[in-house]
Ligand binder design. Structure first.
Ligand SMILES: Cc1cc2nc3c(=O)[nH]c(=O)nc-3n(C[C@H](O)[C@H](O)[C@H](O)COP(=O)(O)O)c2cc1C
Length: 354
């Protein structure tokens, strides 16, 4: 079972190199958002303060490299290097699913990023594993020396995966039980199909205080499983669902409208540039998250490549803050927005339309 998991993790990283994992017909809809330019910003670039409080930590910029990997030696290097650049830049970092550690504690070393210490470090476990082993979440946080944990939701990926889960009952109760103890140190995340306003309301009613809406438009896990599939059933379902999900721009705006200001939101899924980050924040996110671009930057350029990619994102965000007159990330929410179709139609249905 652990060899299978290890092999799957390796295949996932190999497939993440292929352009097809971002399907052409899947779109986060950041292109439907225009931020209004301010020709008289009356700010110096040095006035822009990107400091952000998120999940109980203080970040120097509103960014997180969201959970990707662990379990193998190759993954261990990726985790350590990405954690190091997050520490250097003062942004948040999450490791990938730690399910493999539950059956094979020796694998912990492939997630452990010490001596590096990003300002916010999050463990990761699937909601179905939480149902089966509720005590695991606190254990994993402790073993990793983390601040908290991301519990991921991925029913679409599981259904396409031949060996995947088929029973998704009990997740909300298990998450609710964990939320009581962890409060803002629990981040519930999707994995590229999006959290709707209705699901966000169910989560917040159970005490969840931070959600990564992780919408469609970036890495497609149904596509990854389609490419991995050894049988026709998985291939056909994976192809059918490869652009399934709520576009990230629609998810973050509508969830913010639904849950109000007391819930912290992270927007990942197709965030690719500093401009996408600024748009995600303007739509209501507190922090923007990226997975695939940092994996690829590291894959081709090692730690220097990852460092350059993260620096570029932060520099671009700072410039866009100036050009919109936003002194802080929160100030981006006050910037006038032009929202185009089809984003407007999504928002008319989900909430948050202008
Ligand atoms: C190589 C890779 C592995 C991933 N593994 C996990 C995981 O183990 N747990 C998890 O919660 N999300 C995982 N994700 C999903 C990301 O955290 C994120 O939600 C999703 O990829 C959307 O972001 P992106 O478009 O920037 O890649 C993974 C993503 C990538 C690219």
């Amino acid at each position: 079972m652990h060899d299978d998991l290890e092999q799957r993790k390796s295949q996932h990283l190999d497939l993440a190199r292929q352009p097809e994992v971002e399907p052409d017909d899947s779109d986060a809809l950041f292109g439907c958002v225009r931020l209004v330019h301010k020709a008289l910003p009356e700010l110096a670039l040095s006035d822009i303060d990107l400091t952000t409080r998120f999940c109980g930590a203080t970040l120097r910029a509103p960014l997180m490299i969201v959970g990707m990997t662990g379990g193998t030696e190759r993954a261990a290097r990726i985790n350590r290097d990405l954690a190091q650049v997050c520490e250097e830049q003062g942004v948040a970092f999450g490791v990938g699913s730690m399910r493999i550690v539950l059956g094979d504690p020796a694998r912990m070393s492939t997630f452990d990023v010490r001596p590096h210490r990003p300002p916010l470090l999050m463990a990761n476990l699937g909601a179905q594993q939480l149902v089966q082993t509720p005590e695991a979440a606190q254990e994993l946080i402790g073993k990793l020396g983390a601040d908290g944990i991301c519990i991921h939701l991925n029913p679409a990926q599981e259904l396409v995966q031949t060996e995947g889960d088929r029973d998704f009952r009990g997740c909300l109760d298990a998450i609710g039980a964990l939320a009581g103890g962890l409060s803002e140190r629990l981040l519930v995340k999707e994995t590229g199909c999006g959290v709707s306003p209705a699901v966000a309301r169910e989560l917040t009613a159970r005490g969840v205080k931070a959600i990564d809406v992780s919408g469609a438009g970036g890495t497609s896990w149904t596509r990854v499983e389609q490419l991995r599939a050894g049988d026709d059933h998985a291939r056909v379902l994976g192809e059918l669902l490869s652009s399934w999900g709520i576009p990230t721009a629609a998810a973050v705006r509508s969830v913010r409208a639904a849950v109000g200001d007391s819930t912290q939101l992270l927007a990942s899924g197709g965030v690719r540039t500093g401009l996408d980050v600024a748009k995600a924040l303007a739509l209501g996110a507190d922090v923007a998250g990226l997975a695939l671009p940092l994996f690829r930057a590291h894959d081709t350029g090692g730690i220097d490549g990852a460092r350059a990619a993260l620096t570029q994102l932060i520099d671009s965000l700072r410039s866009i803050c100036l050009l919109t007159g936003a002194r802080t990330p929160r100030g981006l929410r006050e910037v006038p927005l032009v929202l185009l179709e089809p984003l407007q139609s999504w928002l008319r249905t989900l909430g948050g339309a202008q």
